[in-house]
Ligand binder design. Structure first.
Ligand code: G
Ligand code: MN
Length: 238
């Protein structure tokens, strides 16, 4: 799914979203299979590795084909931050596919760091020192601990779609979004507002100075080939 620069409408990133189309059962919702996978350490690792591997493979293809290609954000299960082989696995995948670490953003949720913020930060620091970036996902729906935000090596804050979706209807949601943007500014984090579905929501977020936006208005979750087609139009002139 595209992630777009608010001021220009230009795609600057994409989020890799796991989908399962089963020959027998048809489309199985990620809301169904992701929690099942995450409940089992081995399945969780398989899903994480599979998603990261696909992401790296796709980045490698774009890198070979295009001068400009977007960063790829990948959702990381919280439990991975507490496995001491996680950082090496991620580093191994980018080395194997020869993609720059700076092209990957690892998305974690607020819940995933509460188990043990120090250990989580240690894993994150090991990866960040190699160029990987981190985003805090669904911000505002978990514990929203400002202390954790300050302790973790984060680059991007993703405002949960529950705020975006009421931003034009509900004054409180609007004000809370203003507050979250201020927190992001204070902590020097880039912002992605999620779940943008209408032009009115886009306009308000632009006016509030949200840097980046994501949602059905800018692009649905779609096959990577469809993104490749759009990238052709985004190449700098030679
Ligand atoms: O938790 P996370 O933010 O990673 O969730 C991403 C999910 O949100 C995806 O499965 C995607 O299909 C869904 N999504 C993306 N954009 C929109 C949107 O504009 N509206 C709604 N309702 N869902 C969205
Ligand atoms: Mn996400």
């Amino acid at each position: 799914q595209p992630i777009v620069e608010c001021s220009t409408g230009r795609m600057i990133g994409v989020e890799a979203l796991a989908r399962w189309n089963d020959a027998q059962w048809g489309a199985i919702s990620p809301a169904e299979f992701v929690p099942i996978a995450e409940a089992d350490a081995d399945l969780c690792r398989m899903l994480t590795r599979c998603t990261l591997n696909s992401a790296c493979k796709q980045l490698a293809q774009w890198r070979g084909e295009f001068d400009f290609f977007p960063y790829m954000a990948v959702n990381i299960a919280g439990a991975e931050l507490y496995r001491d082989d996680f950082a090496d696995m991620v580093a191994g995948l980018v080395a194997e596919h020869q993609v720059p670490a700076t092209s990957l953003v690892l998305e974690i949720t607020e819940q995933s760091v509460i188990t043990d913020v120090e250990t989580a930060a240690k894993t994150m620091n090991a990866l960040r020192s190699q160029g990987f970036r981190f985003a805090i996902d669904d911000f505002g729906t978990g514990y929203s601990s400002l202390r954790y935000l300050q302790q973790l090596p984060l680059d991007i804050l993703k405002i949960d779609r529950s705020f975006t979706q009421l931003i034009t209807q509900d004054a409180t949601s609007h004000e809370l979004t203003v507050g979250i943007l201020q927190i992001a500014r204070t902590l020097n984090l880039a912002v992605v507002a999620e779940g943008v579905e209408t032009a009115e929501q886009y306009a308000v977020l632009q006016q509030l100075g949200a840097g980046h936006i994501q949602g059905f208005l800018l692009g649905r979750p779609q096959p990577a080939d469809a993104i490749s087609e759009q990238l052709k139009a985004l190449q700098p002139p030679r």
